[in-house]
Design a protein around this ligand. Sequence first.
Ligand SMILES: Cc1cc2nc3c(=O)[nH]c(=O)nc-3n(C[C@H](O)[C@H](O)[C@H](O)COP(=O)(O)O)c2cc1C
Length: 186
Amino acid sequence: MASPFRILAISGSLRRASFNRGLVRAARESTPEGVAIETAEVAALPHYDADVEEAGDPDAVTELKERIRAADALLIATPEYNSSLPGALKNAIDWASRPYGASVLAGKPAAVMGASAGGGGTARAQPTLKRVLTAAGCCVLMEPEVLVGGAHSRFDTDGNLEDDAVRDEIRALIAALVEFARQPSD
Ligand SMILES: Cc1cc2nc3c(=O)[nH]c(=O)nc-3n(C[C@H](O)[C@H](O)[C@H](O)COP(=O)(O)O)c2cc1C
């Protein structure tokens, strides 16, 4: 049997009942045949510090880098904090982008989705996240967009997605990511 297409999904929110964790769970529940979606946590990563890096990557950083290296693509669910991506997620991308010239993110296909309390559904955070991922060397899928606004009415209090239209959007995003990643690069 052919090995599955491996997607590593990351929630940029650390809280237990996070809407964005809920988006990642919904993605796992919508995994198409031939695709495997695993998750990685960013909470245990220390703040990026070049002195710490020089002394050797902390275990949590090594593990994250290995998991990114092993993945065929990344799927990131981001909240919107003050119109941008959260610091914990940016920190994870900064670690993964190092060392310069040998980043595990180089050429890695990546897709983004996000949920927020506000009406924009992370419409301000996602372009920034996409720009950061691009700067770090990822090949970023620009569309379709999954922007889940007014999240309190679309998730239950444990952060489980209760909106079938959003589930369909997530399915379409995963399908597009797999197709995008399989396209030959010039
Ligand atoms: C520091 C901070 C800044 C926030 N800024 C925004 C914002 O700019 N736009 C928005 O829609 N929601 C904003 N929110 C509200 C988040 O959308 C809300 O906390 C949401 O639940 C975060 O996603 P999560 O459920 O995955 O943790 C902010 C929340 C925090 C903690």
